[in-house]
Design a binder for this molecule. Structure first.
Ligand code: FE
Ligand code: FE
Ligand code: ZN
Length: 276
């Protein structure tokens, strides 16, 4: 099954997102758990959640992907910043149980001068404090482009974080095609080589989701500028290889650019033509 969807706005509720995903030709979607730039969360209406869950079963949805807000920084040297990240993520994980069996993706954070190793220690500590045996959600570290002091800019850093997490079966990685490329991984001309390296360093089974974005920049730019599928430096052919790769094809693919329904629907239709 080709699991495909895009990022959607939570403004009209969860059932509405499910309907929209279907109308766009998708069978899953991604959403922000709370205001991406602020951090405030709207209460989830249990009836709205129930209706979405019914729809998910009826239409055989792939796993929903929740995205933590960008403002969270679990790697910060500042106590209050880390405290906020912890509070928000802990609360997000509780709320995710309205949608059992989902994925929860977050940016590992920026060490802002603290140093990578110290930042990683803080991330691990936070994860071990908030993750629980009975959560049904799998938490995902997003692979980052390496902008500024971002942690998670290479496979070794992701591995270092993963190794510190106690609940191994509840943690994984979300790769982002734009981020990998801008981090310096040549997924355009050597996708097999990059995935082999991931397997060697981290273990291929740890990849649980894929963000599909093209990039406005050449390889290794470390700028994190998404482009619409096929319209950037990666190009359509790269996405054909990615969505059909034996190690990736059964995972969920989530589009994050262009950011409006009609554009997403067109790209989903395009990707379906590229799928074997
Ligand atoms: Fe992200
Ligand atoms: Fe992403
Ligand atoms: Zn990005």
């Amino acid at each position: 099954m080709f699991i495909i969807g895009s990022h959607l706005s939570t403004a009209k509720g969860f059932y509405n997102m499910g309907k929209t995903a279907l109308e766009m030709g998708g069978n899953t979607f991604q959403f922000f758990t709370r205001n991406p730039r602020g951090g405030a969360a709207k209460a989830i209406d249990p009836e709205d959640a129930r209706k979405l869950n019914e729809l998910r079963i009826e239409h055989n949805f792939g796993p929903l992907l929740a995205h933590a807000p960008y403002t969270l920084n679990p790697a910060s040297a500042k106590d209050n910043v880390r405290e906020f990240a912890k509070m928000a993520m802990e609360d997000d994980l509780k709320r995710m149980e309205f949608f059992p069996g989902s994925l929860y993706n977050f940016h590992p954070g920026s060490h802002v001068g603290l140093g990578v190793d110290e930042g990683i220690k803080e991330i691990i500590k936070l994860l071990n404090e908030i993750m629980t045996e009975d959560q049904s959600t799998i938490v995902l570290l997003e692979a980052m482009s390496g902008k500024g002091t971002e942690i998670g800019r290479n496979f070794e850093e992701l591995k270092q974080i993963l190794d510190g997490v106690k609940l191994q079966e509840k943690i994984g990685v979300c790769i982002d095609t734009c981020h990998l490329w801008e981090a310096g991984y040549d997924i355009k001309d050597d996708l097999d080589g990059v995935l082999e390296e991931f397997d060697k360093v981290v273990g291929i089974e740890k990849i649980k989701a894929v963000h599909l974005n093209d990039s406005k920049n050449p390889i290794g730019a470390h700028k994190d500028r998404h482009e619409k599928i096929g319209e950037g430096h990666l190009g359509e052919e790269t996405f054909r290889k990615i969505i059909n790769h034996p190690s990736l094809k059964d995972l969920g693919f989530y589009l994050e650019t262009p950011n409006e329904i009609e554009g997403y629907a067109k790209k989903i239709a395009l990707l379906k033509t590229l799928r074997d």
